[in-house]
Design a protein around this ligand. Structure first.
Ligand SMILES: [Zn+2]
Length: 482
Protein backbone atom coordinates (compact mmCIF):
# COMPACT_ATOMS: atom_id res chain seq x y z
CA UNK A 1 0.00 0.00 0.00
CA UNK A 2 1.41 3.37 -0.98
CA UNK A 3 0.61 6.46 1.06
CA UNK A 4 2.05 8.85 -1.45
CA UNK A 5 1.14 12.52 -1.57
CA UNK A 6 2.40 15.52 -3.47
CA UNK A 7 4.64 18.11 -1.87
CA UNK A 8 2.99 21.30 -0.58
CA UNK A 9 5.73 23.80 -1.36
CA UNK A 10 5.51 27.00 0.71
CA UNK A 11 5.31 29.90 -1.74
CA UNK A 12 8.32 31.64 -0.26
CA UNK A 13 10.43 28.61 -1.18
CA UNK A 14 9.22 28.17 -4.77
CA UNK A 15 12.58 29.14 -6.20
CA UNK A 16 14.51 26.75 -3.93
CA UNK A 17 12.17 23.87 -4.82
CA UNK A 18 12.56 24.64 -8.52
CA UNK A 19 16.36 24.74 -8.24
CA UNK A 20 16.31 21.46 -6.39
CA UNK A 21 14.20 19.79 -9.08
CA UNK A 22 16.45 21.17 -11.76
CA UNK A 23 19.53 19.83 -9.98
CA UNK A 24 18.16 16.28 -9.56
CA UNK A 25 19.85 14.81 -12.66
CA UNK A 26 23.24 16.00 -11.32
CA UNK A 27 22.37 14.74 -7.86
CA UNK A 28 21.50 11.36 -9.30
CA UNK A 29 24.65 11.23 -11.42
CA UNK A 30 26.81 11.90 -8.37
CA UNK A 31 24.93 9.23 -6.41
CA UNK A 32 25.56 6.68 -9.17
CA UNK A 33 29.25 7.59 -9.17
CA UNK A 34 29.47 7.03 -5.42
CA UNK A 35 27.64 3.68 -5.59
CA UNK A 36 30.21 2.44 -8.14
CA UNK A 37 32.94 2.66 -5.50
CA UNK A 38 32.97 -0.48 -3.29
CA UNK A 39 33.78 1.44 -0.11
CA UNK A 40 33.50 -1.52 2.26
CA UNK A 41 34.93 -0.52 5.64
CA UNK A 42 34.90 -4.01 7.20
CA UNK A 43 38.16 -5.67 8.22
CA UNK A 44 39.87 -7.87 5.61
CA UNK A 45 38.63 -5.65 2.77
CA UNK A 46 40.87 -3.38 0.75
CA UNK A 47 40.82 0.08 2.42
CA UNK A 48 41.74 1.81 -0.86
CA UNK A 49 38.15 2.10 -2.20
CA UNK A 50 37.06 3.69 1.10
CA UNK A 51 39.69 6.38 0.60
CA UNK A 52 38.66 6.72 -3.04
CA UNK A 53 35.02 7.22 -2.00
CA UNK A 54 36.14 9.83 0.57
CA UNK A 55 37.95 11.70 -2.18
CA UNK A 56 34.97 11.38 -4.55
CA UNK A 57 32.69 12.68 -1.78
CA UNK A 58 35.04 15.62 -1.21
CA UNK A 59 34.94 16.44 -4.92
CA UNK A 60 31.11 16.37 -4.86
CA UNK A 61 30.99 18.70 -1.83
CA UNK A 62 33.39 21.11 -3.52
CA UNK A 63 31.42 21.05 -6.75
CA UNK A 64 28.23 21.82 -4.79
CA UNK A 65 29.80 25.01 -3.46
CA UNK A 66 30.90 23.99 0.03
CA UNK A 67 34.05 25.63 1.37
CA UNK A 68 36.97 24.28 3.37
CA UNK A 69 36.41 20.79 1.98
CA UNK A 70 38.96 18.29 3.26
CA UNK A 71 39.44 14.81 4.63
CA UNK A 72 39.54 14.59 8.42
CA UNK A 73 41.85 11.85 9.54
CA UNK A 74 42.62 10.09 12.80
CA UNK A 75 45.16 7.34 13.29
CA UNK A 76 43.88 4.00 12.04
CA UNK A 77 40.47 5.24 10.90
CA UNK A 78 38.94 5.38 7.45
CA UNK A 79 38.75 9.04 6.40
CA UNK A 80 35.90 11.38 7.23
CA UNK A 81 35.02 14.15 4.77
CA UNK A 82 34.20 17.68 5.88
CA UNK A 83 32.92 20.85 4.20
CA UNK A 84 31.12 23.97 5.38
CA UNK A 85 29.23 27.04 4.33
CA UNK A 86 29.36 29.55 7.18
CA UNK A 87 28.24 32.75 5.48
CA UNK A 88 24.70 32.98 6.93
CA UNK A 89 26.16 35.10 9.72
CA UNK A 90 26.51 34.77 13.47
CA UNK A 91 22.80 35.40 13.99
CA UNK A 92 21.86 32.26 12.10
CA UNK A 93 21.95 28.77 13.63
CA UNK A 94 24.64 26.28 12.61
CA UNK A 95 23.48 22.90 11.35
CA UNK A 96 25.73 19.84 11.20
CA UNK A 97 24.69 17.46 8.42
CA UNK A 98 25.82 13.87 8.89
CA UNK A 99 25.97 10.88 6.55
CA UNK A 100 28.49 8.09 5.91
CA UNK A 101 30.22 7.00 2.71
CA UNK A 102 31.27 3.49 3.74
CA UNK A 103 29.10 0.46 3.02
CA UNK A 104 28.49 -3.08 4.20
CA UNK A 105 30.19 -6.05 2.48
CA UNK A 106 28.31 -8.11 -0.11
CA UNK A 107 28.96 -11.70 0.86
CA UNK A 108 26.42 -13.09 -1.59
CA UNK A 109 26.90 -10.92 -4.71
CA UNK A 110 25.76 -13.81 -6.91
CA UNK A 111 22.30 -13.67 -5.35
CA UNK A 112 21.70 -9.99 -6.23
CA UNK A 113 19.44 -9.13 -9.16
CA UNK A 114 22.04 -6.57 -10.32
CA UNK A 115 25.80 -6.46 -9.69
CA UNK A 116 25.97 -4.64 -6.31
CA UNK A 117 28.36 -1.91 -7.46
CA UNK A 118 26.63 -1.15 -10.75
CA UNK A 119 23.80 1.26 -9.88
CA UNK A 120 20.72 0.14 -11.81
CA UNK A 121 17.26 1.70 -11.90
CA UNK A 122 14.32 -0.72 -11.91
CA UNK A 123 10.70 0.42 -11.43
CA UNK A 124 11.54 3.70 -9.76
CA UNK A 125 14.12 2.24 -7.42
CA UNK A 126 17.89 2.47 -7.63
CA UNK A 127 19.57 -0.85 -6.83
CA UNK A 128 23.13 -1.08 -5.58
CA UNK A 129 25.11 -1.43 -2.34
CA UNK A 130 25.01 1.97 -0.63
CA UNK A 131 22.33 3.32 -3.00
CA UNK A 132 20.33 4.11 0.14
CA UNK A 133 22.60 3.39 3.14
CA UNK A 134 24.06 5.88 3.10
CA UNK A 135 25.26 7.38 -0.13
CA UNK A 136 21.74 8.70 -0.68
CA UNK A 137 22.12 10.41 2.71
CA UNK A 138 25.29 12.11 1.48
CA UNK A 139 23.47 13.32 -1.61
CA UNK A 140 20.46 14.63 0.34
CA UNK A 141 22.79 17.09 2.08
CA UNK A 142 24.52 18.00 -1.17
CA UNK A 143 21.25 18.51 -3.08
CA UNK A 144 19.72 20.70 -0.36
CA UNK A 145 22.80 22.92 -0.07
CA UNK A 146 23.13 23.26 -3.82
CA UNK A 147 19.45 24.13 -4.30
CA UNK A 148 19.88 27.16 -2.00
CA UNK A 149 23.13 28.23 -3.63
CA UNK A 150 21.64 27.91 -7.11
CA UNK A 151 18.43 29.73 -6.20
CA UNK A 152 19.75 32.41 -3.85
CA UNK A 153 23.53 32.28 -3.83
CA UNK A 154 23.56 31.56 -0.10
CA UNK A 155 21.99 29.54 2.71
CA UNK A 156 19.71 30.82 5.50
CA UNK A 157 21.68 28.81 8.09
CA UNK A 158 25.34 28.01 8.57
CA UNK A 159 26.04 24.49 7.45
CA UNK A 160 28.74 21.96 8.26
CA UNK A 161 28.77 18.63 6.45
CA UNK A 162 30.46 15.57 7.97
CA UNK A 163 30.59 12.29 6.04
CA UNK A 164 31.97 9.36 8.03
CA UNK A 165 34.02 6.46 6.63
CA UNK A 166 33.51 3.73 9.22
CA UNK A 167 29.91 3.84 10.42
CA UNK A 168 29.23 0.32 9.21
CA UNK A 169 31.88 -1.15 11.52
CA UNK A 170 30.59 0.64 14.62
CA UNK A 171 32.74 3.80 14.38
CA UNK A 172 35.64 2.36 16.40
CA UNK A 173 37.64 5.64 16.35
CA UNK A 174 34.85 7.99 17.42
CA UNK A 175 36.46 8.93 20.73
CA UNK A 176 39.75 10.01 19.17
CA UNK A 177 37.86 11.67 16.33
CA UNK A 178 35.85 13.81 18.74
CA UNK A 179 38.95 14.57 20.79
CA UNK A 180 40.56 16.02 17.71
CA UNK A 181 37.68 17.60 15.79
CA UNK A 182 34.91 18.50 18.27
CA UNK A 183 35.50 22.22 17.69
CA UNK A 184 35.30 21.82 13.95
CA UNK A 185 31.92 20.10 14.29
CA UNK A 186 30.34 22.39 16.90
CA UNK A 187 26.73 23.14 15.92
CA UNK A 188 23.29 24.00 17.31
CA UNK A 189 21.57 21.00 15.77
CA UNK A 190 22.58 17.88 13.86
CA UNK A 191 20.69 16.25 11.02
CA UNK A 192 21.59 12.60 10.43
CA UNK A 193 20.17 11.24 7.22
CA UNK A 194 20.74 7.53 7.66
CA UNK A 195 17.54 5.85 8.86
CA UNK A 196 14.12 4.76 7.64
CA UNK A 197 10.99 6.48 6.59
CA UNK A 198 7.88 4.83 7.94
CA UNK A 199 6.61 3.81 4.51
CA UNK A 200 7.08 4.83 0.91
CA UNK A 201 5.61 8.34 0.71
CA UNK A 202 5.31 8.64 4.48
CA UNK A 203 8.35 10.22 6.16
CA UNK A 204 9.66 9.19 9.54
CA UNK A 205 11.36 11.17 12.28
CA UNK A 206 13.37 8.77 14.41
CA UNK A 207 13.71 9.45 18.14
CA UNK A 208 15.42 6.27 19.35
CA UNK A 209 18.13 3.92 18.15
CA UNK A 210 19.16 0.61 19.59
CA UNK A 211 22.79 0.06 20.50
CA UNK A 212 24.92 -2.85 19.37
CA UNK A 213 27.51 -5.19 20.82
CA UNK A 214 29.41 -8.03 19.16
CA UNK A 215 30.95 -11.10 20.77
CA UNK A 216 32.86 -13.98 19.23
CA UNK A 217 32.42 -17.26 21.07
CA UNK A 218 34.81 -20.16 20.50
CA UNK A 219 34.09 -23.74 21.53
CA UNK A 220 36.96 -26.24 21.71
CA UNK A 221 36.50 -29.96 22.31
CA UNK A 222 39.53 -31.76 20.89
CA UNK A 223 43.19 -31.17 20.19
CA UNK A 224 42.55 -31.91 16.51
CA UNK A 225 39.76 -33.32 14.30
CA UNK A 226 39.48 -37.08 14.66
CA UNK A 227 37.82 -39.89 12.67
CA UNK A 228 34.07 -39.72 13.28
CA UNK A 229 33.62 -43.45 12.71
CA UNK A 230 36.32 -44.53 15.08
CA UNK A 231 35.52 -42.08 17.84
CA UNK A 232 31.95 -40.88 17.29
CA UNK A 233 29.58 -41.92 20.05
CA UNK A 234 31.43 -41.32 23.29
CA UNK A 235 33.52 -38.34 22.13
CA UNK A 236 31.70 -35.01 21.70
CA UNK A 237 32.46 -32.62 18.82
CA UNK A 238 32.75 -28.84 18.93
CA UNK A 239 30.17 -28.14 16.25
CA UNK A 240 27.38 -29.90 18.14
CA UNK A 241 28.65 -28.10 21.24
CA UNK A 242 28.49 -24.70 19.55
CA UNK A 243 25.00 -25.32 18.17
CA UNK A 244 23.69 -26.39 21.56
CA UNK A 245 25.32 -23.38 23.16
CA UNK A 246 23.80 -20.92 20.66
CA UNK A 247 20.49 -22.71 21.18
CA UNK A 248 20.51 -21.78 24.86
CA UNK A 249 20.36 -18.04 24.03
CA UNK A 250 16.57 -18.17 23.50
CA UNK A 251 13.64 -19.93 25.10
CA UNK A 252 10.97 -21.81 23.15
CA UNK A 253 9.21 -18.54 22.20
CA UNK A 254 12.40 -16.97 20.92
CA UNK A 255 12.68 -14.68 23.93
CA UNK A 256 16.32 -14.08 24.94
CA UNK A 257 17.04 -16.44 27.84
CA UNK A 258 20.24 -14.85 29.16
CA UNK A 259 20.05 -13.91 32.86
CA UNK A 260 20.09 -10.13 33.25
CA UNK A 261 19.67 -9.55 29.52
CA UNK A 262 16.82 -7.07 30.02
CA UNK A 263 18.62 -5.13 32.79
CA UNK A 264 18.14 -1.38 32.45
CA UNK A 265 15.51 -1.51 29.70
CA UNK A 266 13.61 1.70 29.96
CA UNK A 267 9.86 1.10 30.28
CA UNK A 268 7.70 2.81 27.68
CA UNK A 269 5.70 5.80 28.86
CA UNK A 270 1.93 5.54 28.50
CA UNK A 271 2.19 8.14 25.75
CA UNK A 272 4.74 6.10 23.80
CA UNK A 273 2.77 2.91 24.23
CA UNK A 274 -0.31 4.50 22.74
CA UNK A 275 1.73 6.14 19.96
CA UNK A 276 3.16 2.72 19.08
CA UNK A 277 -0.29 1.20 19.16
CA UNK A 278 -1.62 3.95 16.92
CA UNK A 279 1.21 3.45 14.46
CA UNK A 280 0.26 -0.19 14.61
CA UNK A 281 2.49 -1.83 12.15
CA UNK A 282 0.43 -4.18 10.02
CA UNK A 283 1.84 -7.62 10.86
CA UNK A 284 1.22 -9.02 7.37
CA UNK A 285 2.87 -6.03 5.73
CA UNK A 286 5.85 -6.31 8.08
CA UNK A 287 6.12 -10.02 7.24
CA UNK A 288 6.24 -9.18 3.55
CA UNK A 289 8.77 -6.37 4.02
CA UNK A 290 11.01 -8.69 6.02
CA UNK A 291 10.64 -11.46 3.43
CA UNK A 292 9.53 -14.02 6.04
CA UNK A 293 8.67 -17.30 4.35
CA UNK A 294 5.16 -18.77 4.60
CA UNK A 295 4.64 -20.49 7.92
CA UNK A 296 7.56 -18.78 9.67
CA UNK A 297 6.28 -17.26 12.92
CA UNK A 298 7.27 -14.19 14.93
CA UNK A 299 9.59 -14.60 17.90
CA UNK A 300 9.96 -12.64 21.12
CA UNK A 301 7.69 -11.76 24.01
CA UNK A 302 4.13 -12.00 22.65
CA UNK A 303 2.88 -9.56 25.28
CA UNK A 304 4.90 -6.79 23.56
CA UNK A 305 3.96 -5.38 20.18
CA UNK A 306 6.08 -6.22 17.15
CA UNK A 307 7.26 -2.60 16.89
CA UNK A 308 8.26 -2.57 20.55
CA UNK A 309 10.25 -5.77 20.00
CA UNK A 310 11.97 -4.22 16.97
CA UNK A 311 12.77 -0.80 18.44
CA UNK A 312 12.66 -0.78 22.23
CA UNK A 313 13.76 -4.23 23.44
CA UNK A 314 17.16 -5.95 23.24
CA UNK A 315 17.76 -8.92 21.00
CA UNK A 316 20.51 -11.49 20.49
CA UNK A 317 21.37 -13.23 17.21
CA UNK A 318 24.21 -15.35 15.82
CA UNK A 319 25.33 -13.69 12.57
CA UNK A 320 28.22 -15.88 11.48
CA UNK A 321 29.83 -19.24 12.12
CA UNK A 322 33.36 -20.52 11.61
CA UNK A 323 33.36 -24.28 11.18
CA UNK A 324 34.20 -26.55 8.24
CA UNK A 325 31.94 -25.69 5.29
CA UNK A 326 30.06 -28.52 3.60
CA UNK A 327 32.61 -28.55 0.78
CA UNK A 328 35.57 -28.82 3.12
CA UNK A 329 33.91 -31.19 5.55
CA UNK A 330 35.43 -34.58 6.23
CA UNK A 331 34.05 -37.53 8.21
CA UNK A 332 35.66 -36.21 11.36
CA UNK A 333 34.57 -34.90 14.72
CA UNK A 334 35.12 -31.13 14.57
CA UNK A 335 37.71 -29.99 17.10
CA UNK A 336 36.79 -26.35 17.29
CA UNK A 337 34.02 -24.01 16.09
CA UNK A 338 33.12 -20.35 16.61
CA UNK A 339 30.18 -18.03 16.17
CA UNK A 340 29.82 -14.26 16.08
CA UNK A 341 26.95 -13.11 18.26
CA UNK A 342 25.28 -9.75 17.68
CA UNK A 343 23.38 -8.07 20.51
CA UNK A 344 21.07 -5.10 19.88
CA UNK A 345 20.77 -3.06 23.05
CA UNK A 346 17.66 -1.20 24.15
CA UNK A 347 17.57 2.41 25.32
CA UNK A 348 18.62 2.53 28.97
CA UNK A 349 20.97 -0.46 28.87
CA UNK A 350 24.64 -0.37 29.80
CA UNK A 351 26.58 -2.16 27.01
CA UNK A 352 29.35 -3.42 29.30
CA UNK A 353 26.91 -4.90 31.75
CA UNK A 354 24.94 -6.73 29.07
CA UNK A 355 28.10 -8.01 27.39
CA UNK A 356 29.21 -9.35 30.79
CA UNK A 357 25.86 -11.13 31.25
CA UNK A 358 26.10 -12.74 27.80
CA UNK A 359 29.72 -13.77 28.37
CA UNK A 360 28.74 -15.32 31.68
CA UNK A 361 25.87 -17.19 30.10
CA UNK A 362 28.03 -18.63 27.33
CA UNK A 363 30.76 -19.78 29.70
CA UNK A 364 28.28 -21.26 32.21
CA UNK A 365 26.43 -23.18 29.50
CA UNK A 366 29.52 -24.85 28.04
CA UNK A 367 28.20 -28.22 26.84
CA UNK A 368 29.87 -31.38 28.18
CA UNK A 369 32.72 -29.49 29.78
CA UNK A 370 34.01 -28.02 26.52
CA UNK A 371 36.33 -25.04 26.58
CA UNK A 372 34.35 -21.88 25.82
CA UNK A 373 36.09 -18.56 25.33
CA UNK A 374 34.41 -15.25 24.55
CA UNK A 375 36.05 -12.35 22.79
CA UNK A 376 34.02 -9.13 23.02
CA UNK A 377 34.17 -6.63 20.15
CA UNK A 378 32.79 -3.15 19.66
CA UNK A 379 29.90 -2.03 21.91
CA UNK A 380 27.73 1.05 21.41
CA UNK A 381 24.91 2.19 23.70
CA UNK A 382 21.39 2.90 22.45
CA UNK A 383 20.14 6.47 22.08
CA UNK A 384 16.82 8.10 22.78
CA UNK A 385 15.62 11.69 22.81
CA UNK A 386 12.51 13.66 23.69
CA UNK A 387 11.19 14.60 20.25
CA UNK A 388 9.85 17.99 21.26
CA UNK A 389 11.12 21.52 20.91
CA UNK A 390 11.92 23.96 18.11
CA UNK A 391 14.24 21.71 16.07
CA UNK A 392 11.62 18.96 15.95
CA UNK A 393 8.89 21.49 15.10
CA UNK A 394 11.05 22.67 12.20
CA UNK A 395 11.60 19.11 11.00
CA UNK A 396 7.89 18.31 11.20
CA UNK A 397 7.03 21.40 9.16
CA UNK A 398 9.71 20.73 6.53
CA UNK A 399 8.92 17.04 6.11
CA UNK A 400 5.20 17.71 6.09
CA UNK A 401 5.63 20.21 3.25
CA UNK A 402 8.03 18.08 1.19
CA UNK A 403 6.13 14.80 1.48
CA UNK A 404 2.63 16.28 1.74
CA UNK A 405 2.29 14.15 4.86
CA UNK A 406 3.29 14.68 8.49
CA UNK A 407 6.19 12.49 9.63
CA UNK A 408 5.55 9.46 11.81
CA UNK A 409 7.48 9.50 15.05
CA UNK A 410 9.35 6.20 15.01
CA UNK A 411 12.11 4.20 16.65
CA UNK A 412 14.85 2.39 14.83
CA UNK A 413 16.27 -1.02 15.70
CA UNK A 414 19.63 -0.14 14.14
CA UNK A 415 22.56 1.83 15.50
CA UNK A 416 24.35 5.06 14.57
CA UNK A 417 27.28 5.39 16.99
CA UNK A 418 27.85 9.06 16.12
CA UNK A 419 24.64 10.38 17.68
CA UNK A 420 25.25 10.12 21.42
CA UNK A 421 28.86 11.45 21.44
CA UNK A 422 27.79 14.37 19.28
CA UNK A 423 24.92 15.24 21.56
CA UNK A 424 27.16 14.84 24.65
CA UNK A 425 29.91 17.00 23.17
CA UNK A 426 27.55 19.87 22.37
CA UNK A 427 25.47 20.16 25.49
CA UNK A 428 22.57 18.01 24.38
CA UNK A 429 22.19 19.70 20.97
CA UNK A 430 19.07 18.25 19.31
CA UNK A 431 19.58 15.38 16.85
CA UNK A 432 17.19 15.04 13.93
CA UNK A 433 17.31 11.58 12.38
CA UNK A 434 15.72 11.61 8.97
CA UNK A 435 15.02 8.78 6.58
CA UNK A 436 16.38 7.71 3.25
CA UNK A 437 15.38 4.07 3.49
CA UNK A 438 11.92 2.52 3.37
CA UNK A 439 10.75 -0.94 4.44
CA UNK A 440 11.74 -2.42 1.04
CA UNK A 441 15.28 -0.99 1.03
CA UNK A 442 16.96 -4.05 2.55
CA UNK A 443 20.00 -2.12 3.73
CA UNK A 444 22.89 -4.46 4.69
CA UNK A 445 21.19 -7.31 2.78
CA UNK A 446 20.91 -8.35 -0.84
CA UNK A 447 19.31 -6.09 -3.47
CA UNK A 448 19.62 -2.90 -1.43
CA UNK A 449 17.61 -0.20 -3.16
CA UNK A 450 16.50 3.41 -2.89
CA UNK A 451 13.02 4.71 -3.72
CA UNK A 452 13.86 7.54 -6.11
CA UNK A 453 10.60 9.46 -5.59
CA UNK A 454 11.14 9.56 -1.84
CA UNK A 455 14.80 10.41 -2.36
CA UNK A 456 13.79 13.62 -4.12
CA UNK A 457 11.28 14.39 -1.37
CA UNK A 458 13.98 13.84 1.26
CA UNK A 459 16.24 16.32 -0.57
CA UNK A 460 13.37 18.83 -0.73
CA UNK A 461 12.55 18.29 2.91
CA UNK A 462 16.10 19.15 3.95
CA UNK A 463 16.14 22.26 1.76
CA UNK A 464 12.93 23.36 3.52
CA UNK A 465 14.37 22.46 6.92
CA UNK A 466 17.10 25.09 6.55
CA UNK A 467 14.39 27.76 6.21
CA UNK A 468 12.28 26.31 9.03
CA UNK A 469 15.18 26.38 11.49
CA UNK A 470 15.71 30.11 11.07
CA UNK A 471 14.00 32.02 13.85
CA UNK A 472 13.11 28.80 15.64
CA UNK A 473 16.54 27.78 16.84
CA UNK A 474 18.79 29.95 18.91
CA UNK A 475 22.10 30.66 17.23
CA UNK A 476 25.47 30.47 18.92
CA UNK A 477 28.71 31.26 17.20
CA UNK A 478 30.11 28.00 15.90
CA UNK A 479 32.75 29.19 13.50
CA UNK A 480 35.64 26.80 13.68
CA UNK A 481 39.19 28.09 13.98
CA UNK A 482 40.43 26.01 11.12
ZN1 LIG B 1 23.86 3.66 7.48
Amino acid sequence: MVNSSDPAVPERLDDVAAALAEGMPRTRQALDDLVRIPSISAAHHDPEPVRRSAEATAAILREAGLAGVRLLEVEGAHPYVYGERMDAGDGAPTVLLYAHHDVQPVATADRWRVPPFEPTEIDGRLFGRGSADDKAGVMVHVAAVRAWLDARGGLPVNVKVIVEGEEEIGSPHLASFFAEYADTLRADVIVLTDVLNWKVGWPGLTYSLRGVAMLDVRVRALEQPIHSGMWGGPVPDALTGLMRLVGTLHDERGVPAVDGFFDGVRPLTAEERSALAELGGDADELRRDAGMLPGVGWIGDPSRSILERMWMLPTITPIGVAAPSIEESAPTLVAEASARISVRLAPGQDPERIVAHVTDHLVRHAPWGMQVTVDPGVAVAAWITDPRGPAFDAARAAMGAAFGKAPALIGCGGTIPFVQPFSDAFGGAPCLLTGIEDPSTNAHGEDESLHLGDFEKACLSEAFLFAELVGRLEATNHRSET
